[in-house]
Structure formats: C-alpha cells, structure tokens
Ligand binder design. Sequence first.
Ligand SMILES: [Zn+2]
Length: 163
Amino acid sequence: MALKLATVIKQMRSFRNPYAYESLEVLHAGIKPSPGAKSIYSQCLVNGKGDTYKNYIQFFDVKFQENAEQGLFSAKVGRKDYYYPPVTANNNRCKFYCNCPDMQFTFSYQLWEKDSFIGAYKRYKRVPGSTRPPRNPKNVPGFCKHTMSHLNQLKKMGFITGF
Ligand SMILES: [Zn+2]
C-alpha cells in the first residue's frame, strides 16, 4: 500500500522541510489518466543548477466517472470520455520517481519499502572508513526538491489540493 502524500510530507518534516525547498523550473508536465487502474501518471522534467532531471508522480485511488460535472477534469481514453476530481493530499496514495542523486540515494529505498517508489531503488553504501554522516539516519520516506517543484506545478494547475 503506497503512502498518501500528506503522510509522506508529515513524516518527512522530522528530517527536512519540503516547503523550504527552492522552487525550480518545471519544463514539461504531461498527465496520463488510467481509469482502469484508477490512477493518474504525471511526468515532467525539472531544471536544477544546470542539470535536468526526470520526475514522475503516480496518484492512485482516483475516482473516474463517465458523467461530466462541474469542477472535474476530463480525459479521453480510447474512444471514451472520463471525468475525475483533483487529487487530494489526504486521500490519494502516490508513488514517486526522480533520477537525481538526492532521490536515488537519500529516499528511494525508504519510499520503495513503503511501496511509494516507481521502479528499482538504489541504496547508499557507506565508503569504509568514511566520516560523513549517514544520508537518512531515521529512514524517513521523503522526496527531493524536483518532486516538490513538480507537486507545486500540479497544484498551480489545480490537479492537486490539500498540501
Ligand atoms: Zn530529484
């Protein structure tokens, strides 16, 4: 069972405050609704300090319906029209992916353990004799600044509320 966004943010705040992340340029956002899986997949590229990272977020428990209603988004899947409400941080479970080193080495294993990481995790291996502090000593599931910028973009578009 993947975690809800509100749960990830709450747990994360004992380690890092995602709201303190700098806001980065989101280059592209494409939304792919899957009514059969009751999920929405959002893809974007995020620019940070000269590097561009691939960032994906998948939301679950999306309530698709076939009747148009005010306040719902529409999607054509095959030849059918579907309608769905905005995702909310408290109700929809989610999975994350970013190919940046912070996500891969600080959070991917911790998210994967909670069924909230898309794909395979990478685990940080301490160099023998290293005096550097552990990356995520309390094993907190969380996410990188690219993910926060992606979430903020979705919030601006009205796709997600409640965080
Ligand atoms: Zn990232």
